[in-house]
Design a protein around this ligand. Structure first.
Ligand SMILES: Nc1ncnc2c1ncn2[C@@H]1O[C@H](COP(=O)(O)OP(=O)(O)OP(=O)(O)O)[C@@H](O)[C@H]1O
Ligand SMILES: [Mg+2]
Length: 384
């Protein structure tokens, strides 16, 4: 089943061509190796048989001669031949065992290779513990590209204040999710620095950096297992009460309790099917349970029904309360009250300010606002 979801991942990245080419290459290598092993084995078998039979002939010839000389009795020869037969199959087995041992050695080598692969991003030798963030997160002249030929962020400068809500908006592909991936150090920028309270995040331990952050990501990651397993992932030693408390705050408790197996319901192929909004609320419960200093919210683009939207909005404001929040919003209602809105375009900051300031600016933000949410803004202004 997981290979099927793996397939989805490949498809979603449109890497089919690359993957299938790589697969074909591996297949070719595998076939060559298999052919070699079959050739060896088919040579080995007859050789062993031949040796066996030569031995047999030698014993019979030598035995017959010795019997004629009167040195051996016929009985001795017959017994010897019987013992020789007994020896045959262990010898054959032995050659088979040797081939299995060789195969396992190759597999072992491959496993060690994988286990010893150094991740690209790792702690410096003298990494320090990042203290709880109090002042600000700063991106200074950050250049970043996933693939050297296509720059994604160019000379990006931005500051996010601790305890505030910073929203990132901009069209698809502007680099919003990339900024959060750099902050959590899934990647390092090619140039420039990212500092938290003056500490370059390259100098602090990954554990202390990522430990401070909670992510509710664009593509919500739930794994196969129960709903409880998925929530408790935020804090592995959480008690049942804590789990239920965070599920309640995430507006997830009611729908979870409605399942026959409640929190023990399995998610996925053989378990309950969750809607997009339900998955999101489980991810929010997980983040609430972790109780991080910094919350990164990469809003899903998929449209939700109004009720679900309202429940999620409520859950999100509980999650963002009293934290440093970085919100990537597609629904601008999420960020209406943000302390700072940063508008990005092609990896650059286009404009920044509060909602009111940006609406007055009459720039890209207002354009996005009017373009994407005409009804929403109408309703809002009618209501107030
Ligand atoms: N893992 C990756 N490998 C290579 N290129 C990537 C990767 N992730 C994103 N990109 C590219 O980087 C650019 C910025 O992507 P990013 O995901 O940051 O955009 P975004 O602003 O979050 O867009 P959206 O609103 O659609 O989520 C895009 O051109 C994208 O194609
Ligand atoms: Mg994104």
């Amino acid at each position: 089943m997981d290979s099927i979801s793996g397939m989805r991942l490949i498809q979603s990245f449109t890497n089919e061509e690359f993957e299938s080419r790589r697969f074909a290459e591996r297949n070719q290598e595998n076939m060559t190796a298999n052919l070699k092993s079959v050739r060896l084995r088919s040579m080995f078998g007859p050789i062993i048989d031949l040796l066996n039979n030569i031995g047999l002939v030698a014993v019979i010839v030598f035995g017959a001669w010795q019997v004629m000389e009167g040195e051996f009795t016929i009985g001795l020869i017959v017994a010897f031949l019987a013992y020789l037969r007994l020896l045959q199959s262990p010898v054959r087995n032995f050659s088979r065992v040797i081939s299995i041992v060789r195969q396992s050695a190759a597999a072992f080598e491959r496993i060690t290779e994988i286990l010893e692969t150094q991740p690209e991003i790792s702690d410096k030798g003298n990494a320090i513990e990042l203290p709880a963030i109090k002042k600000k997160i700063e991106f200074k002249s950050v250049d970043f590209a996933y693939d050297e030929t296509v720059p994604v962020l160019g000379n990006l400068n931005l500051t996010m204040k601790a305890g505030q809500v910073t929203a990132l908006v901009g069209s698809s592909g502007a680099g919003k999710s990339t900024i959060t991936s750099l902050l959590i150090r899934f990647y390092d920028p090619q140039n420039g620095t990212i500092k938290m309270d003056g500490h370059n995040i390259k100098d602090v331990s990954l554990k202390s950096l990522r430990g401070q952050m909670g992510i509710v990501s664009q593509d919500i990651i739930l794994f196969n297992g129960s709903i409880r397993d998925n929530i408790v992932y935020g804090k592995l030693n959480a008690t049942d009460d804590e789990i239920i408390e965070s599920a309640k705050a995430a507006n997830a408790h009611d729908f979870i309790s409605a399942f026959p197996d409640g929190y023990d319901s399995q998610i996925g192929e053989r378990g309950v099917k969750l809607s997009g909004g339900q998955k999101q609320r489980i991810a929010i419960a997980r983040a609430l349970l972790k109780n991080p200093q910094i919350i990164i919210l990469d809003e899903a683009t998929a449209a939700l029904d109004t009720e679900s939207e309202h429940l999620i909005q409520q859950a999100l404001s509980r999650l963002m309360k009293k934290r440093t929040s970085i919100v990537i919003a597609h629904r601008l209602s999420t960020i209406h009250d943000a302390d700072q809105i940063i508008v990005l375009e092609k990896g650059q900051v286009l404009e920044k300010g509060t909602h009111d300031q940006l609406m007055q600016n009459n720039g890209r933000y207002k354009q996005l606002h009017d373009l994407q949410f005409p009804q929403l803004s109408d309703i809002k202004y009618l209501a107030t």
